[in-house]
Ligand binder design. Structure first.
Ligand code: UT7
Length: 323
């Protein structure tokens, strides 16, 4: 028998305020047409004043718990992937822990920017497989609207706020790729590229900072590295693109999503796309897309899912999940 981390619940939360591309036309030299054609984004959600990352994460977590028929006290690990925690410390995860009424588990944040969910999922999977935890909440939650330079048209039109969450539970499998659960993960980073996507502030420099990106460079790495990590994860379980029911990619740019699907050899009708409605929500984008995919009856129990993401660091990774 093989211990597996199986998804038993999923949920998401988006802030109420929806901002269409046309809003940016009022303050920037940009157009709805440019944003749509270069990124695929049509609208995004922005958190209300005072609404924090842990607020979004806790709401997504409550929905995921509800879909699993559980309460906050029923999980023993809470992992939040975020680069926009409410405070420098404590972690957003401990704030979520309090908000969902969990007192017995442990909680911590993982920071790998847009690849954060892949890293959080791999950590939660390891905690479950090793026996450290029996049930884990894995949450991606972000308020990137707080770190935008609103005068920089090349970045501020691309990002949005939101949260998505999964509940994982230890179950016994037979050790094959037919098992439900997280079947493989692949994580990578290369700090030589830290200057092509970063925030120019932080605790150690007494500032908050705003996001800076060399979009074209990041784009180039994304197209090269995303298909590669997905292939690596699939190979770990002896599967190929033909076995894949759904690719659930990080939602940064429709052109990256399409070219990665092509490189993987998966048709776009097997790719979950939410970038048009959410923009780039960094670590939240994959769990958000998983939740939307389930809500829209695309993803069903037993489906083989590939997730892949890349972001600041650079950091990138993928996971294979039998839903
Ligand atoms: O989630 C983390 C990972 N991040 C990503 O994956 C993002 C990767 N990069 C991208 O998605 C794309 O590179 C962008 C969407 C950011 C940009 O698309 P692009 O096709 O690479 O455009 P570009 O940066 O080469 O800019 C083309 C032109 C430039 O003008 P010139 O120099 O050709 O005259 C920009 O100044 O478009 C201009 N431009 C804009 N024009 C209208 C840049 N932003 C805008 C804008 N509206 N908002």
């Amino acid at each position: 028998m093989t211990r597996r981390a199986v998804v038993i619940g999923v949920g998401h939360y988006l802030p109420e305020r929806v901002v269409p591309n046309s809003e940016f036309e009022k303050s920037l030299d940009t157009t709805d047409e440019w944003i749509k054609s270069r990124s695929g984004i049509e609208r995004r959600h922005f958190a209300a004043p005072g609404e924090t990352t842990s607020d979004l994460g806790a709401k997504a977590a409550m929905k995921a718990l509800k879909s699993a028929g559980l309460t906050g006290e029923d999980v023993d690990a809470i992992v939040v992937a975020t680069s926009t925690a409410d405070l420098t410390f404590p972690s957003a995860a401990t704030m979520v822990q309090d908000a969902i009424g969990n007192t017995k588990g442990f909680a911590f944040d993982v920071q790998a920017v847009c690849a954060g969910f892949a890293f959080a999922l791999a950590n939660a999977n390891a905690l479950i497989v090793s026996g450290q935890a029996n049930r884990a909440l894995v949450i991606g939650a972000e308020t990137f609207s707080r770190i935008m330079d609103w005068t920089d048209r090349s970045t501020c039109v691309l990002f949005g706020d939101g949260a998505g969450a999964l509940v994982l539970e230890a179950q016994e499998g037979n050790g094959t790729a037919d098992d439900r659960g997280v079947l493989a993960t692949d994580l990578n980073s290369d700090g030589r590229y830290k200057e092509i996507l970063y925030v120019d502030g932080g605790v150690s420099t007494h500032t908050t900072g705003v996001l800076k990106m060399q979009g074209k460079e990041v784009f180039r790495h994304a197209v090269e590295k995303l298909a590669e990590t997905a292939h690596t994860s699939l190979a770990k379980v002896g599967l190929t693109a033909e076995d894949v029911d759904w690719v659930v990619p990080h939602q940064a740019n429709i052109r990256i999503i399409k070219s990665t699907a092509k490189k993987l050899g998966v048709d776009m009708d097997r790719v979950v796309v939410t970038v048009q409605d959410h923009g780039n929500t960094s670590a939240a984008s994959i769990p958000l897309a998983l939740s939307v995919g389930v809500e829209n009856s695309q993803i069903k129990q037993g489906d083989l899912i590939v997730t892949e993401a890349i972001g600041g660091g650079l950091a990138w990774g993928s996971a294979i999940i039998r839903w």
